[in-house]
Design a protein around this ligand. Structure first.
Ligand SMILES: [Fe+2]
Length: 415
């Protein structure tokens, strides 16, 4: 076994899973061809839209959420992403943006990062070594944004785009969030260090080898291909991810962020591949005859699942920027949505965000919420990320006393 190969420990499981899946999909070749045709059509639709100067990412206004038509909702489900505009007042956002900058100073982030990583302080002050994503979890602006009533309304609306019951039982409660605590991005103009190539979070090889994930994709791996819906929550809360800093332990209906500054194409921000069924296509792609028995088109355990140009070039024409967003707009993408971050920030202003996704109340999320709440009380880093612990002992951080009743429920407090 090759020790440097992340799939080393999983080789037998990969081979066995591929054998099992191939055996249970007798029409594999035909099924893959049908899905390929469907995806090729989607790619060409998205590309045509971009060529016309339109953005394929749907948009809705926070103030008009209740009036969004079924047709618009279907478009959002097909594209797997949506910009919800105007969730927060720009003035509030500007205050938070300034307060987060101050908080990073109070934390002495750059100095402490340098000493933690054994880097000379002189070099730590150089622009090229400044981080662009900051591992702070408990600033007051982050906490205030998470417990905003308007954001709760937005996430309730997003959660309700899903089919959240299965066999008459609720899979999750769409109306109650459990906060998933994440970090902040402060990306400075000219930065070229942060680029992330197109990928999907929430597990890679698990989508083939984990029994929970195989159930999520049960209509892809056999049965009626047309019955598959990326918004069917059944079994989504029963997946088991290989532990890794790259994998979120909560079930999120949508990943997301709140814009703290204006940002659009060229500003070092998010790109998306707005075809939510691209992942099922990638799943069947790996089962084709030209892929080795122990290979899943390059998917690696414990890493984000990447679009591999060798196998997935069909998809790449659909990949491109989100629309320009203003402070207080929010951006959301489905857990199966391929996305990335532009390599270079060529714009003039900082592109800053607070990462806040939508993680509804369910058993899987409650288990993690308990661990997270313990970290909140001490000021430790979120247990889903490296234990950098910048905020331990910092008086400026948010504490339980800063939580509203909604914030308490979202952090999993019993009352
Ligand atoms: Fe990601």
């Amino acid at each position: 076994m090759n020790k440097t190969d992340p799939n080393g420990a999983f080789r037998d499981a990969i081979v066995a899973s591929k054998r099992l899946l191939r055996a249970q999909i007798p029409d594999l070749k035909d099924r893959f061809d049908r899905l390929t045709e469907e995806i090729a059509q989607e790619v060409s639709d998205v590309k045509a839209q971009r060529d016309r100067g339109e953005c394929p990412v749907p948009e809705v206004d926070f103030s008009a959420l209740a009036q969004v038509s079924d047709a618009q909702k279907d478009t959002i489900r097909r594209r797997g992403c949506v910009v919800v505009r105007g969730v927060f007042e720009p003035q509030q956002i500007n205050e938070w943006n300034d307060d987060i900058a101050q908080y990073l100073t109070d934390v002495k982030y750059l100095e402490r990062m340098a000493s933690k990583r054994g880097i000379d302080q002189y070099f730590s002050a150089l622009a090229s070594s400044r981080p662009q994503i900051y591992s702070v979890y408990w600033s007051k602006p982050q906490m205030q944004a998470r417990q905003s009533e308007d954001l709760a309304t937005t996430r309730q609306w997003l959660n309700r785009l899903w089919q959240y019951t299965h066999d008459g039982q609720p899979v999750f409660n769409p109306d109650q969030e459990l906060t998933y605590v994440d970090r902040v991005r402060q990306r400075q103009p000219g930065d070229a260090t942060l680029g992330l190539s197109p990928h999907v979070d929430g597990g890679s090889i698990e989508r083939w080898i984990d029994p929970g994930y195989r159930q999520v994709y049960r209509h892809i791996y056999g049965g009626d291909l047309a019955a598959y819906s990326a918004f069917d929550a059944a079994f989504r809360t029963e997946t088991r991810e290989i532990p890794s800093p790259a994998v979120c332990r909560m079930f999120r209906t949508f990943q997301g962020w709140t814009a703290l500054t204006r940002q659009g194409a060229g500003d070092g921000t998010l790109n998306v591949l707005p075809i939510v069924k691209a992942i099922p296509w990638m799943l069947l792609r790996a089962l084709q005859d030209d892929v080795a028995d122990d290979d899943l088109c390059g998917a690696q355990a414990g890493r984000a699942m990447v679009v591999n140009p060798q196998y997935h070039s069909l998809l790449l024409d659909a990949y491109g920027p989100i629309p320009t967003v203003e402070p207080g707009d929010t951006v959301w993408w489905h857990a199966d949505m391929i996305h990335g971050v532009e390599d270079a920030h060529q714009g003039k202003g900082y592109s800053n965000v607070i990462y806040i996704g939508a993680a509804p109340d369910c058993e899987k999320n409650r288990v993690f919420s308990d661990l997270q709440r313990a970290a909140f009380e001490t000021g430790a880093s979120s247990p889903d990320f490296a234990a950098e612990d910048y905020e331990l002992g910092l008086s400026a951080r948010a504490t339980p006393a800063d939580l509203t009743p909604l914030g308490r429920r979202q952090m999993g407090y019993a009352d």
